[in-house]
Design a protein around this ligand. Structure first.
Ligand code: AMP
Ligand code: MG
Length: 337
């Protein structure tokens, strides 16, 4: 299959690209779409056969449910049963935005979207092109990240093509994603909201609106049966193994140890720390948490097998979205020392 690269740029270009993407989705094809978090791989959430193509293209395990993207609050409510009153407050405060609500499903999406669960994950993305596309199709669009399962999520159309060229009908190119890490996933089926996956919307943000919030007890563990099934899988990993260093004053020592073993070493660091280190390849993510989140996945994809053998990564600030960044790095890491 030839994958179309639809560039949504300029007034007429945008409209044309969106029309074409919408037509493909309506026909049951799968199309990668830009969102503010990462690129999603979209399919009509009501069409079981279309949704199945997502699992096949990504190599995604069938027990990992997909997030359904909608254009409006009204469309979101049409897909759920009853819910606690705080849900409306959360939606009014944070949507459109990088947050997914897990709610009791009204059964209007295909069963493979929810991996047979009674709940459905719903999100209104805060991206102009995604919203125009959702309005145009007038369909709920199931869309996990548009990468091969296990790899870093895509933050540009180029990343999508690296992984999925020839396997999907099209990529709708809306430029780079500006948040850079996946949405916060919140279980809203109980009296207290529970964070299942960390993202830009923090526990504190949610607490300020609802008054209470919990972090899923298994958010760090990868072997139990988690409430958010996706979190048990290995994620976000670069092509080469990654060592996360907890004490940043030991970074150079650990780099040198790997060099002595004969390895070519890549480093992921913040500025200004990174400028003082010596290694074969150094990628500096920046110095504020938002900039680091936006650059993280591109950096992880930049370490190539033919250039470095191992990546040594600094521990970054956990302030704001930094906590989600560190969560993703911990999941990508082969070793934490
Ligand atoms: P991705 O689409 O790759 O960003 O991953 C979506 C995340 O949302 C995964 O961790 C899923 O397990 C989680 N998720 C989606 N739908 C549900 C649901 N109904 N219940 C719990 N977690 C969900
Ligand atoms: Mg994903």
């Amino acid at each position: 299959m030839e994958t179309k690269h639809l560039i949504a740029k300029g007034k007429t270009g945008k409209k044309q690209a969106i029309n074409e993407a919408a037509a493909l989705l309506a026909k049951g094809e799968i199309v990668a779409i830009p969102t503010e978090t990462v690129y999603g791989l979209g399919a009509n959430a009501r069409d079981e056969a279309a949704v199945d193509k997502i699992f096949k293209a990504k190599g995604r395990p069938n027990d990992n449910p997909l997030i359904v993207h909608v254009a409006s609050k009204e469309q979101l409510f049409s897909l759920v049963r009853s819910f606690p009153t705080y849900v409306t407050k959360l939606i009014d405060s944070f949507s459109p935005g990088p947050i997914t609500y897990v709610l009791e499903s009204s059964g209007k999406v295909a069963s493979n979207v929810t991996a047979g669960l009674s709940t459905v994950g719903l999100r209104i993305p805060n991206n102009e092109i995604a919203l125009m596309l959702l309005e145009q199709t007038n369909l709920p669009i199931a869309a996990p990240s548009a990468n091969i399962s296990g790899k870093p999520s895509p933050t540009t159309a180029q990343h999508v093509l690296e992984d999925l060229d020839g396997k999907i009908a099209a990529v709708l190119d809306g430029g780079p994603a500006n948040v850079g890490v996946e949405s916060t996933v919140v279980d809203c089926t109980e009296e207290t909201p529970v964070i299942l996956r960390l993202g830009k919307i923090t526990a504190n943000d949610i607490k300020q609106v609802v008054g209470k919030v919990k972090l899923a007890t298994n958010i760090k563990e990868s072997t139990q049966t988690p409430k958010s099934p996706g979190m048990k899988y290995k994620h976000y990993a670069p092509e080469v193994p990654l060592i996360l260093v907890q004490e940043n004053n030991k970074l150079q020592e650990i780099i040198d140890e790997e060099v002595q073993k004969g390895y070519r070493v890549g480093v992921l660091a913040s500025s200004p720390n990174g400028t003082e280190l010596r290694a074969d390849q150094i990628i500096i993510l920046g110095n504020d948490e938002e900039e680091m989140a936006a650059k993280l996945y591109h950096a992880l994809r930049s370490f190539k097998q033919n250039e470095v053998d191992i990546v040594v990564c600094e521990s970054f600030s956990r302030k704001g979205v930094g906590k989600a960044v560190m969560d993703r790095i911990e999941r990508a890491a082969n070793r934490i020392i």
